[in-house]
Structure formats: structure tokens, C-alpha cells
Design a binder for this molecule. Structure first.
Ligand code: NAP
Length: 275
């Protein structure tokens, strides 16, 4: 029997997904629901949480929604207290909440910088820190942080997010080593371009831009939220029991790029700007 034992929810494992009411977070939470987890989803907007809870409940999970701003340590601590009260356990933490907007670095205001870094980097740390006491009691605890490949490449137009995600990669690797002795695995998933309501609104605001991005993806298409969720499910689960401190890109080969020479269908190569 799990060290977590039969908790208040009758022994079902529990996953916390921050930002689990929308976009990728909702798909990730859905994958855990399908695997028999109960879910906690946490973010700021109660409507996002209510929408997410409806779709997750329909998949058979018990869902608890906890309005939380992950930048605020007191709110994060209260969120974890509530999880302890409701379930008495926490098996998986997915740090998915993020904020982002496109602006050249010199035009990012101090407030804009703090907002993005606060959600992504501070929020990930605060959720890890607060969840630690519950995670260490779980049988096979796991943390998965959602990052982006510009954490190790360049993120022109999103300097705040790139810097914050780079910090999350460093945190992922550091916690993987520090928390290995507690049996807590810590990994990250770096999605490539995935169209969601949020990205369409904030990042990819024209079809011309969408086409330009698509042309730079070796597999030739955007990914789906479900494809990202599948990678998170794998890393959090028993088949990844010997994997910790890793970052798995789910991006159709985007960050590797097509190379300087572009191989055409007829076997010839072209160089210069990508088509
Ligand atoms: P999204 O739908 O906008 O998701 C962001 C989520 O974060 C929302 O549910 C939002 O909920 C929550 N959130 C924002 N600020 C918060 C705060 N202060 N406290 C708590 N929750 C907060 O966008 P998405 O595309 O699904 O992104 C999900 C993750 O994937 C992010 O980490 C993003 O960086 C990463 N990612 C996405 C792509 C992509 O192409 N979609 C590519 C690379 C990486 P509330 O508004 O209710 O707070």
C-alpha cells in the first residue's frame, strides 16, 4: 500500500495542476483524470476553474478548485492546507500556470517583468516549496514543470518568459537532485507551439504569424494539448520511475530547427531564409 495510505478520498492518487482550468493545463488534468486521479486545479479566475472542473468531472474525477495567485506565498500555503484537508495526500504537482505577452525587451516595464517572472519562476518555486511536506509522504511523488525551449535558446519578444523558464529549468534540475533522497522525481516538459485560446489571444495574433511558425517546425504542424499531456503523464508516472531532472521537448523538432540547408522533397537542398 502506498505510504499515502487510504486518505480521505479512498486511496485515489491526487494531482495538483496550476492553471488547470484552461489550455494545456486542462488537457494535462484530463489525462490524470483518465488515469484515476482526483484533481486539484488552481488559478486566479473562478470562471476558468469552474469550466475546467465541469470537463474534468465529466471524466470521472473528483475535482477541487482553489482560487489561487501562485505569486502569493500565503495563498499558495492556504491552497496546500486545503489539499491536506480535502484529500490528506498529494502525489503529483504540475506547475503549468504562466503569463506571457510579446514585447521587445527594452519596452518591458518593471511591472510587466515582475508579473511574468513572478508567475512562472516564483510561482513554481512557491508551489514546490509548499507541496513538499505532502509530496514526501506520497508513495511515488512527482513534479512536472511546464517550460519552453526558449529557456535554453533565445526568446526574442519574450525576454521575461525566457528568463523565467530558464530559471524553472535550473530549479527542476536542482530539486531533482535535492529531493531524490525523498523519492520525489522532478522533471519538465517543454511544449512547442500549441494553439490554445490563450496563445491565440496573446502570442499568435495573425494567421500570417501562425504560418511562419508552422513553416519552421520540422514535423510541419502545431502540436495538440493532448500530445503535451501525454508527455506529462509519462514523466509523472511509473514508466518514468528512473527519470529525474530531465526536460522533454514536445515540439515537433522545432528547437532543433531545419538546419542551415533545407532539404526539399526532390532531394535537392536550398539555403538562405526558410520557406
Ligand atoms: P493559458 O491557457 O493562458 O494558461 C495559463 C494558465 O495560467 C491559465 O489557466 C491561468 O489561469 C493561469 N495563471 C495565470 N496567472 C496565474 C497566477 N498568477 N496564478 C495562478 N494561475 C495563473 O496558456 P497555455 O498555452 O495553456 O499555457 C500553459 C503552459 O504551457 C504555460 O506554462 C506556458 O508557458 C506553457 N507553454 C505553452 C505553449 C503553447 O504553445 N501553448 C508553448 C510553450 C510553453 P487564470 O487566468 O485563471 O489565473
Amino acid at each position: 500500500m502506498a505510504r499515502s495510505g487510504v486518505g480521505a478520498n479512498g486511496g485515489r492518487p491526487v494531482a495538483l495542476v496550476t492553471g488547470g482550468g484552461t489550455g494545456l493545463g486542462r488537457a494535462i488534468a484530463g489525462a490524470f483524470a483518465d488515469d484515476g486521479f482526483d484533481l486539484v486545479i488552481a488559478s486566479r479566475d473562478p470562471e476558468h476553474l469552474a469550466d475546467g472542473a465541469r470537463s474534468l468531472s465529466a471524466r470521472g474525477a473528483r475535482v477541487v478548485t482553489i482560487p489561487t495567485d501562485v505569486r502569493q506565498s500565503d495563498q499558495v500555503d492556504r491552497m496546500v492546507d486545503r489539499i491536506r484537508d480535502e484529500f490528506g495526500r498529494l502525489d503529483v504537482l504540475v506547475n503549468n500556470a504562466a503569463g506571457n505577452f510579446v514585447a521587445p525587451a527594452e519596452r518591458i516595464t518593471p511591472n510587466g517583468w515582475r508579473a511574468v517572472v513572478g508567475i512562472v519562476l516564483d510561482g513554481t518555486f512557491l508551489c514546490c516549496r509548499a507541496s513538499f511536506p505532502l509530496l514526501r509522504e506520497a508513495d511515488a511523488p512527482s513534479v512536472v514543470n511546464i517550460v519552453a525551449s526558449y529557456a535554453w535558446m533565445a526568446g526574442p519578444g519574450t525576454a521575461h518568459s525566457a528568463a523565467a523558464k530558464a530559471g524553472v529549468v535550473a530549479l527542476t534540475r536542482t530539486l531533482a537532485v535535492e529531493w531524490a533522497r525523498f523519492g520525489i522525481r522532478v522533471n519538465a516538459v517543454a511544449p512547442g507551439p500549441i494553439r490554445t485560446e490563450g496563445t491565440d489571444r496573446q502570442l499568435w495574433t495573425s494567421e500570417a504569424l501562425v504560418e511562419q511558425i508552422r513553416a519552421g517546425i520540422p514535423l510541419g504542424r502545431f502540436g495538440t494539448p493532448e500530445e503535451v499531456a501525454e508527455a506529462v503523464r509519462f514523466l509523472a508516472g511509473p514508466r518514468a520511475a528512473y527519470i529525474t531532472g530531465q526536460v522533454l521537448a514536445v515540439d515537433g523538432g522545432q528547437w532543433l530547427g531545419k538546419g542551415v540547408m533545407d532539404l526539399r522533397d526532390d532531394g535537392t537542398v536550398s539555403s538562405g531564409p526558410r520557406s
